[in-house]
Design a protein around this ligand. Structure first.
Ligand code: FEO
Length: 183
């Protein structure tokens, strides 16, 4: 009896998204190493932590494929993009990457909708919500960089921003949790 509960197309799409999350982890890892090499230990700390979060995203998809009786295909991970040229550029590249990842996730959601695979559609809603948070987190980074002077950040501003990022939580607050007392 065939116990694979995923179609071949969904199985392939999920495997591709799993690799994309591993790729995301490599991107954060490489940017973290770049930040550290520039002396920005706080930014590196934040990005190293985020690299781990992307590995967790990869693991969730891997587990889902297995639990649906389908085949996991661990493949080569593409090389990360080139190093940033500044803190501002680093955060821009992160937001671009997250938007690209959101688009990839939406494709899987659309595919599951078209195939009426409600289990995968439901599973992917976690990622839809997560991407709102991931994009918010990246936008918050860019806001901080802008306030600190963008491409014209002074040495003092870079120092303060780096210290701030060391303590910045991994999670951004979500709109669903907002109240008038706690916006
Ligand atoms: Fe796995 Fe940054 O999204």
């Amino acid at each position: 009896m065939d116990t694979n509960r995923l179609s071949k197309s969904i199985e392939a799409a999920l495997n591709a998204q799993m690799t994309k999350e591993a790729h995301a982890s490599q991107i954060y890892l490489s940017y973290a190493a770049w930040a550290d090499s520039q002396g920005f230990g706080g930014i590196a700390n934040f990005l190293f932590r985020h690299a781990q979060e992307e590995r967790n995203h990869m693991m969730k998809i891997l587990e889902y494929i297995l639990k649906r009786g389908a085949e996991v295909q661990v493949t080569a991970i593409p090389a990360p993009a080139s190093n940033p040229v500044s803190i501002n550029n680093c955060f821009e590249k992160i937001l671009e990457h997250e938007i690209d990842n959101t688009k990839a996730i939406y494709k899987v959601v659309k595919m599951s909708l078209e195939e009426e695979d409600w289990a995968t559609w439901n599973f992917m809603q976690w990622f839809v919500k997560e991407q709102i948070e991931e994009e918010t987190l990246a936008m918050n980074l860019l806001d901080k960089a802008k306030i600190a002077g963008g491409e014209n950040m002074s040495g003092d501003a870079r120092y303060v921003l780096d210290k701030d990022l060391e303590k910045t939580p991994d999670k951004a607050s979500s709109a669903e949790d907002a109240t008038t007392a706690n916006p």
